[in-house]
Design a binder for this molecule. Structure first.
Ligand code: NAD
Length: 298
C-alpha cells in the first residue's frame, strides 16, 4: 500500500482564502480591520522567521498586523506593561507572544497576563481549562490544524483509536483533548511509555509530536492508519556549510508503505499553524465586536 498524502499546504491556502473573505466581511460590518499583535523578544533566528511570516500572512488575509520587536534585554516588567497595553487596545483582537522567551523572563507569567479573550495561541490556563471542559475558548493552533486535516480526511472520528505521542502543553495535551472531544479512544504516549511500538500499532490515528527525527517507524503503524506528523527536525547538513534536510518525527518512507494517509514534512502540518492562528484572530475579532461568525467551516 502507498499512503495518500495529506496536503496541508493546499488545505491551509484554501483556509486562508476563506479567512480573507470573512475578514473583509468583518471590516465592512465592524468598520475596522480585525487586528493581531505579535510580540517578539530577542533575536532567535527561527522565531524571527515565524514572526515575519505571521505578519505577512495576517496582512494578506486583510487583517491589521501589529509587530512589537523588543530587545533581548527587555525586562519582564516592561514586557508585562506592553501586554497590558495590548489587552486594553480596542484595535487588537489577538495577542501572541512568540516562544521561547529569553531565560530571565517567566513565560508562564507572561502568558498568564494575556487576556484569555485575546489569547489566540490558546496557551492561557483559562483556555486550557475551557478546552478540557468543552467550552468555547481558544485552542492551540497546531493541534487544531491537525484536527482539521483529520476531519477533512476521515469525516467522523467517533470511536477511532488515537495515539498521541508527546504530552507538551502546546501540542500533545490539547491534541488529546480535541480527539477526546471527537469521541476517539485516546492514548497519550510520552518519554516514559513502555513499548511504544506496541502502543502505536493499535492506533487508527497516530499523531507524532516528539521532536525526534524519524523516530516512528513504518512497522509500528497499523495498516491503513492515518498518520499526522507534527515534528519539524533539521538533520545535520551533508556538507559543511550546507543546510540539513527537514524531517518529521515519523520515518516517512517506511510509514507511507503501511499507512492509509500521511502528512509530509514539510508541507503537512506546518502550513496549518499560521492559517489557524489567523482563524483564531478572526474568531476573537467577532467575539470582541459582538458579531456572529456564521461560518462553522473555519
Ligand atoms: P516538546 O519537547 O515540548 O515535547 C516533546 C514530547 O515528546 C514530550 O512530551 C516527551 O515526553 C515526548 N517524548 C520525548 N522523547 C520521547 C520518546 N523517546 N518516546 C516517546 N515520547 C517522547 O515538543 P513540542 O513543542 O510538543 O513539539 C514536538 C515537535 O513538534 C517538535 O519537533 C516541534 O518542532 C514540532 N512542532 C511543530 C509545529 C508546527 O507548526 N508544525 C508546532 C509546534 C511544534
Amino acid at each position: 500500500m502507498t499512503a495518500a498524502v495529506i496536503d496541508g499546504k493546499t488545505f491551509a491556502a484554501s483556509l486562508r482564502g476563506r479567512i480573507a473573505e470573512l475578514a473583509a466581511a468583518f471590516e465592512a460590518k465592524a468598520g475596522r480591520k480585525a487586528g493581531l499583535a505579535v510580540v517578539l523578544v530577542g533575536e532567535d533566528p527561527a522565531s524571527q522567521v515565524y514572526v515575519r511570516s505571521k505578519g505577512k500572512q495576517t496582512v494578506e488575509a486583510g487583517m491589521a498586523s501589529f509587530e512589537h520587536k523588543l530587545d533581548a534585554s527587555t525586562s519582564e516588567a516592561d514586557l508585562l506593561a506592553l501586554v497590558d497595553r495590548l489587552n486594553n487596545d480596542p484595535a487588537v483582537d489577538g495577542i501572541l507572544v512568540q516562544l521561547p522567551m529569553p531565560g530571565h523572563i517567566d513565560e508562564q507569567k507572561v502568558i498568564g497576563a494575556i487576556s484569555p479573550d485575546k489569547d489566540v495561541d490558546g496557551f492561557h490556563v483559562v483556555n486550557a481549562g475551557r478546552l478540557a471542559v468543552g467550552q468555547h475558548g481558544f485552542v492551540p493552533c497546531t493541534p487544531l490544524g491537525c484536527l482539521m486535516l483529520l476531519k477533512d480526511r476521515l469525516g467522523s472520528l467517533s470511536g477511532l483509536e488515537a495515539v498521541v505521542i508527546g504530552r507538551s502543553n502546546i501540542v500533545g495535551k490539547p491534541m488529546a483533548q480535541l480527539l477526546l472531544g471527537e469521541s476517539c479512544t485516546v492514548t497519550i504516549a510520552h518519554s516514559r511509555t513502555r513499548d511504544l511500538p506496541d502502543v502505536v500499532c493499535r492506533a487508527d490515528i497516530v499523531v507524532a509530536a516528539v521532536g525526534r527525527p524519524e523516530m516512528v517507524k513504518g512497522n509500528w503503524i497499523k495498516p491503513g492508519a492515518t498518520v499526522i506528523d507534527v515534528g519539524i527536525n533539521r538533520l545535520p547538513p551533508a556538507v559543511e556549510g550546507g543546510k540539513g534536510r527537514l524531517v518529521g518525527d515519523v520515518d516517512y518512507a517506511s510509514a507511507a508503505e503501511v499507512a492509509g494517509a500521511i502528512t509530509p514534512v514539510p508541507g503537512g502540518v506546518g502550513p496549518m499553524t499560521i492559517a489557524v492562528l489567523l482563524r483564531n484572530a478572526l474568531v476573537a475579532a467577532h467575539r470582541n465586536a459582538g458579531l456572529a461568525l456564521d461560518d462553522d467551516t473555519i
